[in-house]
Write a protein that binds this ligand. Structure first.
Ligand SMILES: [Zn+2]
Length: 533
């Protein structure tokens, strides 16, 4: 319909028209009508359609809506039907049933689905080629949150796309783009982990072939009640969860996951169908890890908040954009990809292609940079919560004469000021590896216990909290409790409910930036053209 009412500043026009039309159509003529604002679909036999069209033409103008014949389509394979409809609307466009689209979703046969997916693929290939002109962090953010799955999900939810081979091409394009953006060689093992959600140790770059089934099944199951309301009663026995597409998709899902279809109460949620697939893939990735360090890395990557740097909005002004090299190293450490050529560290030890020696190397300059950056972050976060603090307070020292990292000037709780001390144990260090494979965050928890022991001689007038965050991002229990409390206080002071989320993301970015400096610190510095640049 052309929408003159809305153009004249009457936004209620189309809605009133729809309700009115629906009521008229339902009570007077055909059994198969549905409207969304000023877009309508009429169904039924030719006589009903002609009566409906007559109503639309007569009633529409009273609401400022007129039938736009140039945008009207008749979907049928019967030429006599087309002839009848054209006798009253000569300009109507004829669409064969196999090519039908409704509100952007293909409702025809497999070739229509393929056509819709091909169009999506070409759009994505065009966008992906332009992403390489951006900085790596910006490009990764856009690929993950805008261009890869988000642009395809509507199509996946509307049609049984899981049967189309074009999804494989879509996934190949995602892989090539990611490889170019990150400058990382994504072999099968690395790629398998990368395509897991962030909370399961991946990068959150999901595959079209993985999401097609959960998206379609949940969409169909979630709209059963509505579709049964729209369908005429004679079609109820073949609609909703009795739909042949739903049944065959359910069989395919069972064969992939090796389990029964979920309970009816939760089948409308995509997560219900997706989670078993994700867990199966995670188990496969974990089983493929050949070494203790590989297993420890995957466990740490799946720890809560260890991948927060992947969810951050890159912005230089607030310090959340990682440079290309730091992002490459952060992602490669998470996925166990090749970071560098084997070389001799400045400390004399050999560095292998994983580059992880730098994380634990005593001579690596990045350790101090990371330590100072995290303490500065905590100090500034406390300031945001209106609690001033000091770094390395002179007035306090423990048994061995060393000072804690920070002290709040104002009381933290129960009239006592807070002392904190930060440490960043390396998840993959030889001394930690056997502990790291037993569970996420345990290396950090152990480090916190050691810190607490060291500072037990401090005055009881102070509260002490150890803050341990592993190199691979897992946060110790005491640190997490502290950050959650701090995030809540910042939210109260600033009225920003996402304060904790932002705080943990900044922490994650700071740790990864420090890791990159540690890895780069293993290479002997050589003179550049500083005099020129
Ligand atoms: Zn070294």
């Amino acid at each position: 319909m052309s929408d003159e009412g809305a153009q004249q500043g009457d936004p209620l026009g189309p809605l009133l028209f729809c309700l009115s039309s629906l009521k008229l159509a339902r009570s007077m003529v055909s059994e198969f009508n549905c409207w969304y604002l000023d877009d309508g679909s009429l169904g039924g036999n030719v006589e009903d359609l002609l009566l409906d069209l007559d109503i639309v033409r007569r009633v529409g103008p009273t609401f400022g809506l007129h039938l736009n014949e140039d945008k009207t389509e008749i979907v049928t394979n019967d030429a006599s039907v087309v002839k009848s409809i054209r006798s009253v609307t000569p300009n109507v466009r004829h669409v064969l049933s196999g090519d039908a689209m409704l509100l952007g979703a293909s409702i025809g046969d497999d070739s229509t689905v393929d056509n819709a997916l091909n169009q999506k693929l070409h759009e994505f290939q065009c966008l992906a080629s332009r992403l390489t002109s951006l900085s790596a962090h910006d490009a990764l953010f856009l690929l993950k949150n805008c261009f890869s799955m988000p642009k395809l999900l509507y199509t996946l939810r509307c049609s049984p796309c899981y049967r189309s081979t074009i999804l494989l091409e879509y996934d190949v394009t995602i892989k090539k783009t990611l490889q170019t953006i990150l400058n990382i060689n994504l072999n099968d093992m690395v790629w398998g982990q990368a395509t897991l959600p962030v909370s399961n140790g991946g990068l959150g770059i999901r595959l079209a072939t993985d999401l097609a089934l959960p998206a379609f099944l949940s969409s169909l199951a979630g709209s059963v009640d509505l579709s049964l309301m729209l369908l005429p009663s004679r079609l109820h026995s073949v609609g909703g969860t009795q739909d042949t597409f739903y049944i065959s998709a359910g069989i395919e899902w069972q064969s992939r996951c090796g389990m029964a279809v979920p309970d009816a109460a939760s089948i409308g949620a995509q997560k219900t169908w997706d989670s078993p697939q994700v867990l199966k893939k995670f188990d496969e990735v974990f089983a493929a890890a050949q070494t203790q360090s590989g297993r420890a890395r995957i466990i740490a990557a799946a720890a809560p908040h260890s991948g927060d740097f992947l969810n951050v909005l890159p912005c230089s002004a607030v310090g959340t954009r990682l440079d290309d090299t730091s992002l490459r190293i952060a992602v490669a450490l998470r996925l166990g990809a090749v970071i560098c050529s084997p070389h001799t560290c400045v400390c004399g030890e050999q560095v292998d292609t994983s580059g992880t020696h730098g994380l634990a190397c005593r001579k690596s300059a990045g350790r101090h940079m990371r330590h100072n950056a995290v303490n500065d972050l905590i100090k500034r976060a406390l300031a945001s919560a209106e609690i001033p603090s000091l770094l390395e307070p002179n007035s306090l020292s423990r048994d061995d004469g060393k000072r804690p990292d920070g002290l709040t000037v104002m009381p933290w709780s129960n009239g006592r000021c807070l002392i904190w001390d930060f440490t960043c144990p390396d998840t993959l260090a030889a001394s930690h590896i056997n502990r790291a494979v037993t569970g996420p965050g345990l290396v950090a928890d152990d480090a916190e216990q050691r810190k607490t022991l060291k500072y037990r001689s401090l005055s009881p007038h102070y509260l002490f909290t150890p803050i341990a965050v592993e190199t691979l991002g897992a946060i110790g229990q005491e640190a997490l409790t502290f950050f959650m409390d701090l995030g809540r206080r910042i939210a109260t002071a600033t009225d920003e409910p996402r304060s904790l989320q932002f705080l943990l993301q900044r922490l994650s970015v700071t740790i990864q930036r420090g890791n990159a400096a540690c890895v780069l610190g293993t290479v002997q510095s050589s003179n550049g053209w500083d005099e020129l640049f």
